[in-house]
Design a protein around this ligand. Sequence first.
Ligand code: NAD
Length: 266
Amino acid sequence: MLQGKVVLVTGGARGIGLGIATSFLAAGAKVMIGDLGAGSDWTYNLSSKQDMEKVLKQYADLGDLDATELDVTSAESARNAVSATVQRFGGIDILVNNAGVVGSGPVETFSEQEWDRIFAVNTKGIFLMTQAALPELKKRPGACVVNTASIAGKKGHANMSAYCGSKFAAIGITQAMANEFARDGIRVNAICPGIVGTAMWLDHLMPTNVTDQAEKTENFEARMRKTIPLGRSQTTQDMGQAAVFLASSPNITGVSLTVAGGIEMN
Ligand code: NAD
């Protein structure tokens, strides 16, 4: 069903976005990764140009894969990424709005800049990318959008007001766009990942003094075995599988699908 479809995945150079990109490749789709290529631009490192080049080399054998630099907070950059995808693969069938940043801290001391950036990437980024891709999506029968929201968009957590707010918004935007685009036959859904051991958790959210990456991962997994009902953290492949499911389910729209091993059930 996804054979030959063209997918643009934002924030696809690593983590959940890369899991989604490789899952679509494995399903026979052609994939364009859009990512920042900026490296150390946030409180933890985001993807660099080298990360993007490495991914292209590593997964070249899986199928048609390419990458383009993209900042989802810029309307011009969003339009350029759409053009690059159309030039390379002839159109866009599936837009995956996955790029995101996390920041945490008490409201009393949280910076306005950090608040604005979280909303710019996680929320406005969905609007700008979808607006840029819409004319292309309208040309393709069965087109759809998949947004990466979060379980943080289903329940508020202390010290996470900016991030939770941005993800509640992502779910609302998903429903609003699903209603708006239904007449064009374009479906809009979201995945709500639980806890995935990417940079967001290992380099920011998990309180630790450990610097060794392997030890950090081990501590993280040990904690998740105890915390998550199904006994493990979620993988980037779990997210890819859910995104592929939503993209290939012709009568599902407006859904925000939790993939969280039971830690969140709504
Ligand atoms: P990650 O930091 O590994 O990946 C995020 C990617 O987004 C990076 O490659 C980064 O360079 C890119 N990015 C950031 N700002 C960008 C911008 N302005 N333009 C384009 N690309 C940009 O983290 P991840 O865990 O893979 O996060 C992916 C998505 O999943 C995010 O939306 C995140 O909020 C969501 N999520 C993650 C978890 C988790 O447990 N890791 C849980 C729920 C939701």
